[in-house]
Design a protein around this ligand. Structure first.
Ligand code: UD1
Length: 346
């Protein structure tokens, strides 16, 4: 019998790619998503890729009765991958209570239901944002680097959720967890049947780049070229979303097979390589042949100057590694944007 996994936020960007990889690895997936930042059509895209239609329930994880109903209806859920969360840094500053409520109550509700329904494994979608700006001697940053004061309510919810999960697992609850700290996920499935589709004007770099290349946005603003980096622009660790999705499959296998060495394990999920915003723009132009209209503007409030990950632990302990190049990732993002145009989406 296939092992059944609950994927919250499964119609979102990372959740949809992870659902595909889980299905291809032989898992049965139940998606719950409130569709606040995604569309139910994504389920069609997942089915077109894998030939399997995942179960989908439009449920908000802060709604405890509805969430309990999912566990009652779909028996035998063995693991949860929890993506469902609000993630816009700027918006979180404007609406802190919405962020604290949504991101912590969802997590607490899921954890509460786990012992009751015999669910053993929890994989949490965390972020390198918990490291803030690492001290220079801590770059590339390892899992042992201190977590710093969060720059935004969004970042703080990731720290608080990490603590809630850790405290719960250490309380003797029959639950094990893996916290995956992602660096910057980019790209789209090679089929271009699923990808990143933010509502409205994108906050994140890659959708802004592909929409500018498509002529939907006039000009990309590069937020600052006076940072203490070789070319003055910020440095990030850009990880291909399909590689990132596979890290979740590896983490779920580890927990369900009882291979975890601690009740709560933490892994950085990145490439281990830092790339500047200007280098990324150059690579995009080279691998797509499209000239990008961009200008340098002032710094964006709250941006980290430079961060990239030490991913030895994920490579050696989890047995996972990022294999795709930046060129592959950017080409896939561009193919996805072109497909959206063909479909008349944007
Ligand atoms: C941040 C968080 C990440 C979180 C994500 C959610 C950090 C280090 N990262 O990512 O954990 O999951 O928000 O949204 O805290 N840029 C431009 N022009 C643009 C857009 C972005 O120059 O129009 C630059 C930014 O200044 C930054 C880089 O591109 O240097 C990446 O920005 P973005 O894609 O928004 O991601 P982060 O802010 O790194």
């Amino acid at each position: 019998m296939k092992k059944r996994i609950l994927v919250t936020g499964g119609t979102g960007f990372i959740g949809s790619h992870t659902t595909v990889e889980l299905q291809q690895a032989g898992y049965d997936v139940v998606i719950v998503d409130n569709l606040s930042n995604s569309n139910a059509d994504v389920v069609d895209g997942i089915e077109a890729i894998t030939g399997i239609r995942p179960i989908f329930e439009k449920v908000d994880c802060t709604d405890m009765p509805a969430l309990r109903g999912v566990f009652e209806k779909y028996e035998g859920i063995q693991g949860i991958i929890h993506f469902a969360a609000s993630k816009a840094v700027g918006e979180s500053v404007q609406k802190p209570l919405d962020y604290y409520f949504n991101n912590t109550v969802s997590t607490i509700n899921l954890l509460r239901l786990m012992p009751e329904f015999g669910v053993k494994g929890f994989i949490f979608s965390s972020s390198c944002t918990v490291y803030g700006q690492p001290d220079p001697e801590n770059l590339p940053v390892t899992e042992n680097a201190p977590r710093k004061k969060a720059e935004s309510p969004y970042g703080n919810t990731k720290k608080i959720d990490e603590d809630i999960i850790t405290d719960f697992c250490n309380s003797g609850a029959p639950v094990n967890a893996i916290l995956l700290r992602y660096f910057n996920p980019i790209g789209a499935h090679p089929s271009a049947l699923i990808g990143e589709l933010p509502n409205g004007v994108p906050n994140n770099l890659i959708p802004y780049i592909t929409q500018t290349a498509m002529g939907i946005r006039e000009c990309l603003s590069v937020f600052g070229n006076d940072y203490d980096t070789p070319d003055g622009s910020c440095i990030r660790d850009f990880i291909y979303v399909v590689d990132l999705a596979k890290a979740h499959v590896a983490a779920m296998e580890r927990i369900l097979e009882g291979k975890n060495e601690e009740r709560v394990e933490v892994f950085n999920v990145g490439t281990g390589k830092g790339v500047s915003v200007l280098e990324l723009i150059n690579t995009f132009e080279k691998c797509t042949g499209v000239k990008l209209n961009y200008k340098i503007t002032g710094r964006r409030m709250g941006d980290i100057e430079k961060v990239w990950g030490n991913v030895d632990k994920a490579n050696n302990v989890l047995g996972w590694r990022a294999v795709h190049s930046l060129e592959d990732s950017l080409s896939s993002a561009w193919k996805w944007q072109q497909r959206l145009r063909e479909r008349g989406v944007m």
